[in-house]
Design a protein around this ligand. Structure first.
Ligand SMILES: [Fe+2]
Ligand SMILES: [Fe+2]
Length: 307
């Protein structure tokens, strides 16, 4: 049984596995911990009954003017398909069930976005073509690390949008479960990666570690290229992230902050704080996604030099 309690800070449920004691990453207990976290924190909301709020003309113009809705729909589609592909090839029934749930939630994100786009009359042209990945594991590694980057920035951007009133509270409320689901997804993914590596024969572990690093590095590189104004190719595993959300959200910070321009350093501090707050809702024995927080903490002294 798990314990669902309300955190005093934000009244959101906190998931804690009642089994006590240390859990060794890569052990069978660890497998139970990260799979149960995802399965037991499932939020059964139904996109079809979301009450889309009527927006004032200025809020509607801000929403429809955002340039990334087609990319967002494409990303959810490709992420769900890549996740379903790895679920279909996973032998462990519990891990398969958890990844299939993740794929379902990505499809549901797409439905939420499509319903919103229809309701507010936003014009989009998503490219819905998809080539099944020849190597589902590599594709999942790319998709997972891509989500780690994108979600980290999305957490900060969402906080900014909430505080600045860029979106009305009713709309923020609708998207809150979607954003929190991304926190669960990246938490699950990094734990899966640690477990999958530990389960391999000691002689092939370095090869898997190399794949993890390569997937992380390619995702980071694509985001840096995008931040400089380039757009990555739209082919290959995890290709939906060639046009990515992470760097776009860095650029989008001034859109949603309203008023004073926001420095990159301040924005990164908000992302770090939000990342910590969202991750604090889950059992502390789970491995945390640390790529972005570590990178940013190291870069923090230099970020003051960037506008
Ligand atoms: Fe998603
Ligand atoms: Fe996700």
């Amino acid at each position: 049984m798990t314990e669902l309690a309300a955190s005093s800070a934000d009244r959101t449920p906190v998931w804690q596995w009642p089994r006590e004691g240390r859990i060794r990453p890569g052990s069978d207990e660890h497998r139970l911990l990260f799979c149960r976290m995802l399965l037991e924190t499932f939020d059964p909301y139904k996109p079809a009954i979301i009450p889309w709020p009527t927006l004032a003309p200025d809020a509607l113009a801000r929403l429809t003017g955002l340039p990334f809705w087609d990319i967002a729909v494409e990303t959810e589609l490709h992420t769900s398909k890549n996740m379903q592909a790895i679920a279909d090839t996973t032998r462990d029934p519990l891990i398969r069930e958890a990844i299939a749930l993740n794929a379902f939630e990505e499809r549901r994100h797409k439905t939420v976005l499509e319903n919103m786009i229809r309701f507010y009359g936003i014009a989009i042209e998503p490219d819905e073509s998809f080539v099944p990945p020849p190597d589902p594991e590599w594709s999942y590694l790319c998709t997972g690390y891509g989500e780690c980057f994108d979600s980290f920035f999305a957490f900060g951007l969402f906080r900014l949008a909430k505080d600045s009133g860029f979106f009305p509270p009713e709309l923020i409320e609708v998207f809150e479960p979607v954003i929190q689901e991304e926190a669960r997804h990246i938490l699950f993914f990094v734990n899966w990666a640690v477990y999958a590596q530990a389960q391999r024969n000691v002689f092939v572990r370095p090869a898997f570690a190399g794949r993890r690093f390569a997937a992380l590095a390619t995702r980071a590189w694509k985001r840096m290229k995008f931040a400089k104004g380039g757009v990555g190719p739209k082919t290959g595993a995890g290709s939906e992230l060639g046009k990515n959300n992470g760097a776009m959200t860095i650029e989008g910070r001034n859109f949603v902050a309203g008023g004073e321009p926001l420095t990159i350093k301040r924005f990164m501090k908000i992302c770090l704080a939000e990342n910590e707050r969202r991750m604090a809702r889950y059992d502390p024995r789970l491995v945390r996604p640390m790529a972005m927080p570590r990178l940013l903490r190291a870069a923090m002294p230099f970020l003051g030099l960037v506008k």
